[in-house]
Each structure stands twice: as C-alpha cells, then as structure tokens.
Design a protein around this ligand. Structure first.
Ligand SMILES: CC(C)(COP(=O)(O)OP(=O)(O)OC[C@H]1O[C@@H](n2cnc3c(N)ncnc32)[C@H](O)[C@@H]1OP(=O)(O)O)[C@@H](O)C(=O)NCCC(=O)NCCS
Length: 166
C-alpha cells in the first residue's frame, strides 16, 4: 500500500477532488439525509466553485489522498483564530475503508494542526453518522457539544461537535 497525502495543487487536481466528493457524498449520506439535501450540500460546500472560494477567501486547505497514485480520498482543514484547528472534511471512497488509511489521514491532520501551533482539533459530524463517530472516538476525539445549523433552502445540519486535544 503506497499512500500519499499531499496538499491539493492546481485547478485540475481541485476539479478531480470535487468530482470525488460528489461520488463519496452521494454514497455515504444516502441513509442519513435526503438526496435533495445531499445535492444541495455538495453544491454549496464541495463543488469546484465552492472549494475555490474556501481556499482563496476562507483559509481552507485541501489534501488529496492517493493510493498507488489513484485519488481515493480527501481532507479539508482550516486554522481558526484561536487555539483550534477545524477538521472540515475527512472523506475516503468506500472501497478503501477499513484498511488503515483513515489513521494516516488523521495523523496528517494532527501534524498540520501542530505545525500551525494549535492545541485542539475539532469537527462537526452528523449525529447519525455512526461509523465516522466510532472512528473519531477510537482516535481519541470526545463529544463536547451539539449544534443544529440552518444551511438554507429548508435544510439543517444536525451535528455533534467533537474535539481532540493535541
Ligand atoms: C470517516 C472515514 C474517513 C473513516 O475511514 P475508515 O477507513 O472507515 O476508518 P477505519 O475503518 O480505518 O477505522 C479507523 C479506526 O477506527 C476503528 N473503528 C472503526 N469502526 C469502529 C467501531 N465501530 N468501533 C470502534 N472502532 C472502530 C478502526 O478499528 C480503526 O482503528 P485502527 O486503525 O487502530 O485499526 C470513512 O469511513 C469515510 O470516508 N466515511 C464516509 C465519509 C464520512 O462520513 N466522513 C466523515 C464526515 S464528518
């Protein structure tokens, strides 16, 4: 297994990540939220246009996860103005799950957060996303709060907030 996790660079790679995001979101959220909400959220948060905005205006970074050079996952992160590092996106294609790649992805997140001088990593996760919650808890994240976020068009995100102390 030759896994690489490197910062997304250039337009072509960002478009590749956006295409993968569409595939993964439609697969993994089907049992959790409606297909209308998935389409809406992919457009709002994970389209190429949305991600360009996050990169250029909101201090996000995206990382491409490749196994044997094939793109199979991605990470999105953002340093906050305080001592926290926001893990915004952690996504791996279904055929690559359960093989240790998630741990490498989370190690990468922690090392990026430390490089930024941060003390904590936090994230939001849908309350019904059992697998992701189990993975985060196994890694040492703890639930610190919950939040319902109105994302427009009648949709809400019903999330736990989890935190990991570095
Ligand atoms: C979240 C995600 C990246 C995790 O990747 P994964 O390949 O499923 O994770 P793994 O199976 O490698 O599990 C990671 C660790 O958690 C453990 N784990 C997984 N499920 C577990 C469970 N139900 N209970 C306890 N531990 C569990 C694994 O044993 C593993 O630990 P190890 O590396 O020490 O063996 C992946 O499931 C994914 O992309 N899901 C869809 C997208 C998503 O929901 N992203 C998160 C949005 S917030």
């Amino acid at each position: 297994m030759a896994v690489t996790i490197e910062k997304v660079s250039g337009d072509t790679e960002l478009r590749e990540v956006a295409a993968l995001a569409g595939i993964i979101w439609h697969e993994c959220f089907t049992d959790i939220i409606s297909s209308g909400q998935i389409d809406y959220m992919v457009g709002k948060f994970q389209s190429y246009e949305a991600m360009i905005k996050q990169l250029t205006e909101q201090h996000y970074s995206y990382f491409a996860v490749r196994e044997n050079e094939e793109l199979c996952g991605y990470i999105g992160v953002k340093p906050e103005n305080d001592d926290r590092f926001f893990l915004s996106k952690l996504y791996l294609r279904s055929d690559k799950r359960g093989r240790g790649i998630a741990s490498l992805m989370l190690e990468k997140v922690f090392s990026e957060a430390k490089q930024c001088g941060k003390k904590k990593v936090y994230l939001t996760v849908n309350k019904h996303n059992d697998r992701a919650i189990a993975v985060y808890k196994k890694t040492g994240f703890v639930i610190t709060d919950e939040v319902v976020t109105d994302i427009g068009s009648g949709y809400v995100m019903d999330d736990y907030i989890l935190e990991y102390k570095l």
